[in-house]
Structure formats: C-alpha cells, structure tokens
Design a protein around this ligand. Structure first.
Ligand SMILES: Nc1ncnc2c1ncn2[C@@H]1O[C@H](COP(=O)(O)OP(=O)(O)O)[C@@H](O)[C@H]1O
Ligand SMILES: [Mg+2]
Length: 374
C-alpha cells in the first residue's frame, strides 16, 4: 500500500499542512527542527496508534490547540481509503474511515502499514526489555490487527490482577483478614489465557524474523554476524510454542510465584516481564556491541520487519527518519540499494547530500512549517 495524500491539522508544529505523495521514494529535506520528523511520525501514528518518540498523545497536539487531526488517503492496489484520526489528549480519540465515524481508532489498524526506522531505535538494542517487547507487539499487530485487542485485554487483566494483589499485600501487612484467593484464581486464568495468546504470537514472530534479520545484518555489515534472537520468557518453565501448552505453563508458573506475588503486590510472570535477547555472535548485543554494531543491529531488525510484512502481502510504507547521516558511505549505499525498490519509501534528511543518489524520487523542502515540492 502507499499513502497518496497526508493532511495534518494542529499536529505537532503544523497548524495545517497538505502533502500529496507519490509511490516510490520521497525525501523530506531541511534543517533540524523544521518539522520533517513530525510528518513521518504522523504516518507512523496511523499504523500503530502511537508515536515512535513519545508515549502519550499530548506532545502531538500543537501547542495551544485542543486536538490534532491526521488524515491520509491510502491506496492498496485498486482500492482507495480515507482514514482519519482525531487525537484528544485526556479524552477518547476518534476515528473515521471513508468519512464514516461508526468506527473505533483500533479499526484503522491495518489500513496504513509502516516500518519506521529512526535514531530512537538504538534503544531496541541498548534499552530496557520494554523497548523490545514494544517492537514485537507492534509487529504482531501489523501482522494481525486483532492482536491490538489482545494486547489491550492483557494490559487490563494485568492491571486488575495487580490491584487485587496489592489489596492482598496490604491486608497481609496490616494483619487483616486474609483475602479470598478464589478471586485470584479467576484472574490467573485470564492472565494465562490472554498471555498465552500474546506469547504464542511473539514466539511465532521471533522464529519468522530471525533468518530475515540475520540476512539483513549480513547485507549491512558483511561478515559481522551472525545474529541470533532469543525469546526469554519470565519463568524458566515457559518453554512451549503452542497456545494451549503455554496456557498450562503460565498457570503453573503463576502458581509457583503466588506467595511472592502476594508479598510484593505485583504480577511476576507473564509476557509483560519477558525479553528478547539480541545476540551478536556468542555475546548479547546489549552491553557488548559497539555503537556502529548496535546501529546496524537495530536497522537489521527493521529491515527484517519490512521483509516479513512484504512477504505476507500488503507492502508497508518504509520510513527512514534521519538515518543516512548516521551511516558510513558503504552502509549508506547498501541500505539505499536494499530499499530503493519499495512501493513507498519516505526519507528525512538534513541536507540533500545525505540522501544517496540511487534514491531518486520526489523531494520536498521542509522549512519553517512549509512543505514544498522541489
Ligand atoms: N506540540 C507541538 N506544538 C508546537 N510545536 C511543536 C510541537 N511538538 C514539536 N514541535 C516543534 O517541532 C519541531 C521539531 O520538529 P521535527 O519534525 O522533530 O524536526 P526535524 O525537521 O528536525 O525532524 C521543534 O521545533 C518543536 O518545537
Ligand atoms: Mg527529525
């Protein structure tokens, strides 16, 4: 798919902007702080209902405005769709598809698909497990939009279970009557059921993406690998791959830590405590890989995501935000050759020279809130 038109109202630095887009490569070029990333961030938001830079919506609304609107005309084969999201920080966001407002924001997922690579992605390698979980979860949602519902169910179950555990922990500390633990049993089952669904999807994804990431790393940094992705569950007893066995293993793992959970008042096992260990050769990349290796690793993960989504149909938009300036000439050319044939590739760069020659296409100059085709 590709986006044929992007409109923003009160999004980030833009009061209003209209950007007609072509398939193929489009580069947004302009000095720092002019609003290049803001444009591609908006496209990414339509695909994930989140920003790659901030975890809440408030910074996305233009200072002084109440709400932001992102609208995109999308083409997939012969099919045209108009998607629209209204961001209302502190209140529910609203969505429209083809001008119909009988939809929820989540229904928009799957219409715009993106793979976005940005300097922030270094955190995939160097950051906390939460960064890697988000990487996996956004990708499973791009593969299967129904997973957005599973993810939010899991968050809800976890929150309610934690509340219950906190109550139990407090009652215990204050010597009160001990809680009726049968309520907790019910929440264990919810946690295991939704958690097993999420886990099975994550493990399936890791298996699918591993060879693609290794291939991408080899292309970016020949001879530098191999790289290995190891999914690391929160408890050693969780070893299965199918949903049913994972359910049983989660139930058993939860039972094992119940005493500690009641002492501490938090849920100690489940996909919210898992990690994806990224290995470079024999060593974990985190804590061992150089800056350049970490950068190539993060990029390889994104290129692998792109390959996977392409192979599974409906090609995503590839977004490369401020990426080329970070790479040496050789890696820059390699990356450019890999991505040049994409259905739609959006690139941002501070200066023209940062955009490799093979990436010919449309250029926009971005300056002071104006986005002009050059
Ligand atoms: N909510 C907002 N309201 C107004 N301006 C904003 C908002 N969020 C970011 N900006 C401005 O947008 C600019 C950054 O835009 P960005 O797209 O990141 O720049 P770049 O062209 O370097 O990628 C900054 O000047 C910042 O102050
Ligand atoms: Mg930027």
């Amino acid at each position: 798919m590709h986006v044929t038109h992007l409109s923003l109202a009160d999004f980030r630095s833009y009061a209003r902007v209209e950007v007609p887009l072509d398939p193929g490569v489009t580069a947004f070029v302009g000095p720092n702080g002019q609003g290049k990333t803001n444009l591609v961030e908006a496209v990414g938001y339509l695909a994930t209902l989140g920003s790659h830079r901030v975890s809440s919506d408030a910074p996305l609304v233009r200072m002084g405005a109440d709400r932001a609107v992102i609208r995109a005309q999308v083409r997939q084969g012969e099919r045209q769709q108009l998607v629209e999201l209204e961001l209302n920080p502190g209140k529910a966001n609203r969505a429209r598809i083809n001008r119909s407002s009988q939809v929820k924001p989540r229904d928009v997922l799957g219409i715009v698909r993106t793979v976005l690579f940005a300097p922030e992605d270094l955190a995939l390698v160097k950051g906390d497990p939460g960064e890697r979980r988000r990487f996996l979860d956004e990708l499973i949602t791009a593969r299967a939009p129904r997973m957005a519902g599973v993810r939010s169910d899991y968050e809800r179950v976890l929150k309610q279970r934690n509340t219950l555990l906190k109550t139990a922990a407090l009652a215990r500390r204050h010597g009160g009557r001990s809680m009726d633990l049968s309520t907790l049993d019910v929440w264990d089952q919810h946690l295991a059921r939704v958690g097993a669904d999420l886990l099975a999807q994550r493990q399936d994804l890791v298996a699918a993406i591993q060879p693609l990431a290794d291939k991408a790393y080899e292309q970016l940094a020949p001879g530098g690998g191999p790289i290995g992705l190891e999914y690391k569950p929160s408890s050693p007893g969780i070893v299965g791959h199918a949903r049913e066995e994972l359910y049983e293993q989660l139930i058993a793992a939860v039972a094992e830590v119940r005493k500690q959970e009641i002492e501490r008042g938090v849920t100690l096992v489940g996909p919210h405590r898992d990690d994806l260990v990224l290995k470079l050769g024999q060593l974990p990349a985190k804590g061992y890989a150089s800056h350049g290796e970490s950068w190539s690793y993060a990029l390889a993960l994104r290129l692998a995501s792109y390959d996977l989504l392409r192979a599974e149909g409906n090609e995503p938009v590839l977004i490369l935000d401020d990426v080329f300036a970070e790479l040496d000439a050789r890696r820059r050319e390699r990356l450019a050759e890999l991505v040049a044939p994409g259905e739609q590739v959006l690139v941002t760069a501070a200066v023209d020279d940062d955009v490799p020659g093979v990436l010919t296409g449309t250029r926009f100059a971005v300056s002071d809130g104006a986005v002009e085709r050059v």
